[in-house]
Ligand binder design. Structure first.
Ligand code: AMP
Length: 306
């Protein structure tokens, strides 16, 4: 089985949506991504948490087959993010970001994980993303994500990360902000020109767009009527995407397209409830059924000239 490594935050989130408020629930970019990926492979997480991080969360990650040997538990406080969503649930509003142990975190990839084949650099300080890249032996595929917080604070370092990866994932608002254009295809083109080999622009409940030199794919949105908390949608997308690619160890265009739909399926489940509550209940059969629905909703025939 291909080895998958996910580096990002392990966090406790406080989230308010029109459907309720929850305090200190398990979250973090690496956690959401790894849980989604764990439906396909046995990913490893590298990150840090404090002694305040409930051990039941670590037990849950292990119960999903996730390798937690790269998670350091140190004296101090776990990363905390607090945010809210209004009726436009595509837009997260940050109330507070406390890096806590991530402010001084030095990501050391355990020797046994340095030869990972598929790597996801989830939303994290881009300086730390660079440190991770420097320790990898010869990955087949590296994807990265980021967010407005880092675009605002570490734009130049982000440029360096983008040059070194196979895939850049961003949501539409972030790509517009980062590439300073309202036009999404133009923003994607600018990311490719910066050196990214391919780009996925996530449009929340409106689907996702894939761009690379010479090809384009558009993933539909899923008519989701159970939306309760969008937190982690982007990371579940990425985790499902990379987990599926790694499971088949296939980087062909067709495999990428299927992986994008798998990512969309995982994100669509994650938003049905707060934190990982929906993912904790999710069954493989439901994934396959929803993948089929995505296919049905977008299948159409060609037209002849008239
Ligand atoms: P998303 O998939 O984009 O909704 O990511 C949600 C997760 O990202 C939350 O569970 C947060 O704990 C985490 N997060 C929020 N802000 C940051 C940040 N600045 N750096 C890394 N992770 C973050």
């Amino acid at each position: 089985m291909a080895k998958v490594l996910i580096v990002g935050t392990i966090g406790l989130d406080t989230i308010e949506t029109p459907f309720g408020k929850k305090t200190d629930i398990i979250g973090g970019s690496a956690v959401h991504a790894a849980v989604a990926a764990s439906f396909y492979v046995q990913p490893a997480i590298v990150g840090v948490a404090g002694t305040d991080f409930p051990s039941e969360h670590l037990e849950f990650l292990r119960s999903r087959g996730i390798d937690t040997s790269g998670i350091k538990i140190l004296p101090g406080e776990t990363f905390r993010w607090s945010g809210y969503y209004e009726y436009d649930m595509n837009q997260a509003h940050t109330r507070d970001t406390r890096l806590n142990l991530y402010a001084t975190f030095n990501p050391e990839i355990p020797e046994a994980l340095r030869d990972a084949d598929y790597v996801f650099l989830a939303n994290l300080d881009p300086d730390l993303q660079l440190k991770v890249l420097a320790q990898l032996k010869k990955p087949k595929f590296v994807a990265m994500d980021t967010m407005d917080f880092w675009i605002k604070n570490k734009r130049d370092v982000l440029h360096q990360v983008i040059k070194k990866v196979d895939l850049v994932l961003m949501n539409d608002g972030e790509a517009r902000q980062f590439m300073e254009t309202p036009n999404i295809p133009l923003a994607a083109d600018r990311l490719l020109k910066l050196g990214a080999k391919s780009v996925i622009i996530k449009k929340g409940e409106h689907g996702a767009l894939f761009f690379s030199n010479g090809s384009h794919f558009s993933a539909p949105s899923y008519p989701q009527d159970q939306l309760r908390d969008p937190t982690g949608a982007g990371d579940s997308f990425a985790g499902g995407f990379i987990g599926y690619l790694a499971k088949n160890d296939d980087l062909s265009e067709q495999a990428m397209r299927r992986a994008i739909i798998v990512g969309s399926v995982m994100a669509s489940f994650n938003v049905e409830d707060f934190s990982l509550n929906r993912m904790k209940q999710l069954k493989q059969k439901e994934i396959v059924e929803r993948f089929g629905a995505f296919r049905r909703f977008t299948e159409f025939e060609t037209i002849a000239a008239w």
